[in-house]
Ligand binder design. Structure first.
Ligand code: CA
Length: 231
């Protein structure tokens, strides 16, 4: 599972360049050229990071950032602001408004990806590293091994991706539809019920010894990792 980045940029050439390079680096990229549209996308897709241009036609980048920060559901999403040279005061205002970092145009691709990774690492320590942990659960993306305490847990590929997805955002409730998109992919037609079957298999594997279930079923909403479990 790769981090999902929303690029909000009205300059088509730059947004195409960003999409190309970030995808090549393994990120999943969505594009938006307009402020109102960007806010809807942030709300619906809950990206892992927003790359936000300062100068946009309808809403300014600063206003978009302010609105992202104002809503409880989107508050934690990291934002990197893209500014033009000579907007120093604005830059500082940008950080005041809650941007996590800024990049001055023109920037190099390595500079961009380094900043993106650094901000992702700070925001969600589990997402960019190879090993994610939650309570006594450990998931290693490189070796594809999962452990519960000292016990090795054997998971099928779908259960592995499902757990990886939940572990990236402990506490966040994922709907069945979101899990279908994130774990199975947008283009695959699978019934929502299939998610329940695989969550059942995942639970069986990780709770095999009768340990406490770290997965919470949220009625009529979906599934989440129980935050009270890890604390
Ligand atoms: Ca612009």
């Amino acid at each position: 599972m790769s981090a999902r980045i929303l690029v909000v940029e009205d300059e088509e050439a730059l947004s195409a360049l960003l999409e190309y390079n970030l995808s090549k680096e393994g990120f999943t990229v969505s594009l938006s050229a307009d402020g109102e549209d960007a806010l809807i996308t942030v709300e619906e897709e809950k990206p892992d990071l927003v790359l936000l241009d300062w100068m946009l036609p309808s809403l300014s980048g600063i206003e978009i950032c302010r609105r992202i920060r104002a809503r409880a559901e989107t508050r934690e999403i990291p934002v990197i602001m893209l500014t033009a040279r000579g907007e120093e005061d604005d830059r500082i205002r940008g950080l005041d408004t809650g941007a996590d970092d800024y990049l001055t145009k023109p920037f190099s691709v390595p500079e961009l990806t380094a900043r993106v990774r650094a901000v992702l690492r700070r925001a969600r320590p589990t997402i960019s590293g190879e090993v994610a942990t939650f309570g006594d659960l450990t998931l290693d993306r490189e070796t594809r091994r999962v452990r519960r305490g000292s016990r090795e847990v054997h998971l099928g590929p779908t259960e592995f991706r499902l757990l990886d997805c939940l572990m990236q955002r402990p506490g966040r409730v994922f709907s069945r539809e979101q899990l279908l998109d994130l774990v199975w992919g947008h283009d695959v037609y699978v019934e929502a019920r299939t998610v329940d079957v695989h969550v059942g298999r995942l639970r069986k594997a990780i709770n095999r010894r009768g340990e406490r279930d770290p997965i919470r079923t949220v009625r009529a909403a979906g599934y989440a990792l129980d935050e009270t479990y890890a604390s």
